[in-house]
Ligand binder design. Structure first.
Ligand SMILES: NC(=O)c1ccc[n+]([C@@H]2O[C@H](COP(=O)([O-])OP(=O)(O)OC[C@H]3O[C@@H](n4cnc5c(N)ncnc54)[C@H](O)[C@@H]3O)[C@@H](O)[C@H]2O)c1
Length: 422
């Protein structure tokens, strides 16, 4: 037996091991290797106040913090962030980066890499980069971190609702490719995600609303209590930006409970499946057809997800998995939050079916694995196949449903500023 060799870890956040075996009687060698990532997600308050130690604890031992900041967030919080690091005597080297959806490109990831790399900050492979902003910068700078030295840790300070409950702690870093939204990427979760709902005060209402679609998603297929909280408080949370406007402490507590429950639901499934070893992911609800039409329709991500959720929910009813009143309950919550439940893009069967086929092959090609509510609100099942006629029938039903709604069920402020691609 070999004496145990001393190992010099490359980073405090990663560990792993493996085995090597010579195949009996042959020339082949079999290898298995594993990677364990240690992560933490923390809901905090007043993250830039000098008394909050969350960022100080990570960066003071290093004496510096290399950060990538969303340009809009920098306008609102850059001064507070700089004052925080200065107060604690930590050098801050920051790149301010435009981070609207059209900036979610390999070119932006490359610019970030240049900033982090040898010509600029010379970030070491164990030095956690700080990323501050919403889902666009978390995806793009997260991908740059995945590429730098092949894997460099990063801390995500989530400033939008989407980033707080989903994109922030997500292991799926990415930029948009031509075929699909988010199709170029790497599995690289942040080692620490910080969520401070006080920062939502400056977020535009339309971004709060579309972020809530991701919470409805988790609630409808995974957590009935979360769904009930949204039914009870969702509209007030939307109106007060999670209690951050008007300093309503009671509502802020409810908001933080909603964020906590969403995160727990997300991490129970995605945290332990960080490298997407399993395809049956409840949180892919709303994400089967939407990646194929989101950019064509020029929709904000959350509205595209909400339209897909409505479609998936109707499919669940059509195959006998969900009672009619439960379908109506899910659609009603989306409507009350001003989320879209329908868009005429669904009538373009070419786009819809091409998206479905692309998703099928992305999910391994053996089945579609479309998550839908099953049995009741808060539980999930997976549709392995959805024939074209069934899909068309679900579209027809949702169109009928939408015809009676204000704006044809298209939601409030559902579109990106950028023009749709047709
Ligand atoms: N990787 C994943 O698993 C995953 C999951 C869900 C969504 N996403 C991605 O996330 C993106 C959507 O996230 P998003 O809504 O955060 O978009 P975003 O990053 O574009 O943020 C929305 C807007 O709000 C601004 N902003 C952010 N925080 C702010 C604050 N506190 N105050 C004022 N303005 C602020 C941003 O600059 C931007 O203009 C999409 O690209 C989507 O694909 C990724």
């Amino acid at each position: 037996m070999n004496p145990k060799r001393e190992l010099f870890a490359t980073s405090e956040y990663y560990s792993g091991g493996g085995q090597v075996r010579e195949a009996v009687g042959g020339t082949d060698i079999e290898i298995s290797a594993s990677l364990t990532v240690t992560m933490r997600v923390s809901i905090t308050k007043d993250v830039f106040s000098p008394g909050n130690s969350a960022l100080r604890d990570v960066y003071q031992p290093r004496g510096r913090c290399v950060a990538v900041l969303d340009a809009v967030v920098d306008r609102h919080y850059g001064a507070a962030l700089r004052a925080y690091f200065s107060y604690h005597g930590i050098e801050l080297i920051a790149m301010v980066c435009p981070a609207a959806e059209p900036d979610k490109t390999l070119r932006t990831a490359e610019a970030i890499l240049e900033f982090l790399g040898v010509n600029n900050c010379n970030v070491a492979r164990d030095e956690p980069i700080l990323v501050v902003g919403g889902g666009v910068i978390s995806d793009t700078a997260g991908l740059a971190a995945a590429l730098l030295h092949r894997r460099t840790p990063y801390v995500m300070l989530a400033t939008s609702v989407v980033a707080a409950v989903d994109a922030g702690p997500s292991p799926r870093t990415c930029v948009n490719g031509d075929q699909f939204k988010n199709s170029i990427g790497a599995y690289h979760p942040p080692v620490l995600t910080l969520v401070d709902s006080g920062l939502f005060a400056t977020l535009e209402s339309r971004h709060i609303r579309h972020g809530m679609a991701e919470i409805v998603k988790m609630a409808a297929v995974d957590e009935l209590r979360l769904f009930e909280l949204l039914e009870e408080h969702g509209e007030r949370l939307l109106a007060t930006k999670f209690g951050s406007v008007g300093h309503d402490e009671e509502l802020r507590k409810v908001g933080d409970e909603v964020l906590h429950r969403s995160l727990l639901s997300y991490l129970r499934h995605e945290g332990t499946n960080a490298f997407e070893i399993y395809q049956d992911r409840p949180h892919a609800y709303g994400h089967t057809w939407s990646p194929g039409f989101e950019r064509h329709a020029g929709l904000l991500h959350g509205h595209a997800v909400a339209i897909d959720m409505a479609l998936s929910t109707t499919l669940a009813e059509l195959v006998g998995w969900l009672p009619g009143p439960d379908r109506e309950r899910i659609l009603a919550l989306s409507r009350r939050l001003g989320l879209a439940v329908y868009d005429p893009i669904l009538e373009s069967s070419e786009i819809l079916l091409a998206g479905q086929e692309a998703m099928r092959s992305k999910r391994g090609g053996r089945a579609l694995w479309a998550p839908v509510p099953r049995g009741q609100v808060g539980a999930v099942g997976y549709l392995e196949e959805v024939p074209a006629e069934l899909l068309a029938e679900a579209v027809r039903r949702n169109r009928l449903h939408a015809e009676g709604l204000p704006g044809g069920g298209r939601g409030v402020d559902a579109f990106l500023d950028a023009k749709p691609i047709h």
